[in-house]
Design a protein around this ligand. Sequence first.
Ligand SMILES: Cc1ncc(COP(=O)(O)O)c(C=O)c1O
Length: 351
Amino acid sequence: MEQLEIKLSKHLKEKPKSENELGFGHIFTDHMFLMEHSAEKGWHNAVVKPFEDFTLSPAAAVFHYAQTIFEGLKAYPGLRMFRPWDNMARLQNSARRMCIPEFDEKFVLEAMYELVRVDKDWIPKMEGTSLYIRPTIMAVDPFLGVHASSSYYFFIILSPSGFYYADGVKPIKIFVEDTYVRAVIGGVGHIKAGGNYAASIYAGDAATAKGYAQVLWLDAHEHRFVEEVGSMNIMFKINGELYTPPLRGSVLPGITRDSTIRLAKDRGITVHEEPIAIDELYKASLDGSLEEVFGTGTAAVISSVGELTWKDKKIVVNGGKMGQLTQELYDELTGIQYGKRPDKFGWTVQL
Ligand SMILES: Cc1ncc(COP(=O)(O)O)c(C=O)c1O
C-alpha cells in the first residue's frame, strides 16, 4: 500500500477577504496532492505538499495529445463531502478509456480527505459557497509519439468558490448549438477528458458573446436530440414528469444528475431517461406543457434555465422564472450537501 507523506507549507497565503466575490476557480489554497507514476514503480511518491508550479518538458505528452482526465467535486462547511467515492469511480473509468494506469481509489480518496483537512480553513462559510476540488491526471512522458505515456502526475488542487454563473441563482439563458457538436457515441463524451472541454470552447465563446451563459449540445448525427449543457446535464419538466437524455456514451454520467433523479423519484415524480427532440421541446413550449428546465452539475448545482434559443426561435420557460420543482430539488440537494436536511441515501461524509 502506498504511503502518504505530508509536507506543510511554511508560508500560508492570505485568504480572500470577502466570500461574496469568490467567483469560480480563481483562487487556490496552500496545499496540493501529488502522486507520480512510472513504468518501473507504478504509482508512487504520494504527497500533500505546498501548492506550487510544475516543471515539465515542452515535449510532455499532455501538451500535444491531451492524454489527461479530471474530476470536480466539493467540500462544504463542516468538512462535509458529497458522494466523493463516485467521483473517484468516474475518474477510474475515465482512466481506463484514456489508457491511463488504474489507481487505488480508496487510497486517493483518503489522500483527498487529508488534503481537505489540511486546508480546512479555506472552506468558505457563506451560503452557496464551497471548496471546489479538482483531481487531475496527466501524461508527462517527454516524447512526441501518439501512444500511452508511461509517466503521469496525479494531482489534486482546491479552490474556494462561490456561484458558478455570474448571476448567482438567477435563471440562465442557453443557446441551442445546432452546428457544432460536443461528442459522438463511441468517442469520449462519457468521460471527463480535457480535450472534450477544449473542443467545446469555440461554440461556448460564440454563445457567451451573444449573451448566453452556455450552450445546449445536440446529438452529432441528426442535430436534433438534446445531449447536455457545457458543464451540466439537463432536465425538462413536461406535464408534471421529468425528462432527461439517456446515458448512451456521448453524455457525461453526472453525479448530480443521478442524485436529482433519485430525489425526484423519491417525491413520486415519474422520471424518463429517453431521447428528447429539440423540435418537440419547442412544440411543448408553445402548448404550455414544458413547465420547467434546469441543469444539474457539481459546480452549477441545480441551475434554472429561463430561456433557450434554438435557430430563430425563443423558448421562454416558466416566464423566465425558476419553477417550483427546480426550487424544491435545489433546496433538497443543497440541504443534504450542507448538512441541513437528513441524508437518507447515505451520500455525504463528514471528515
Ligand atoms: C460535460 C459535463 N456534463 C455534466 C456535468 C455534471 O456532472 P456532475 O453532476 O457529476 O458534476 C459536468 C460536470 O462535471 C460536465 O463537465
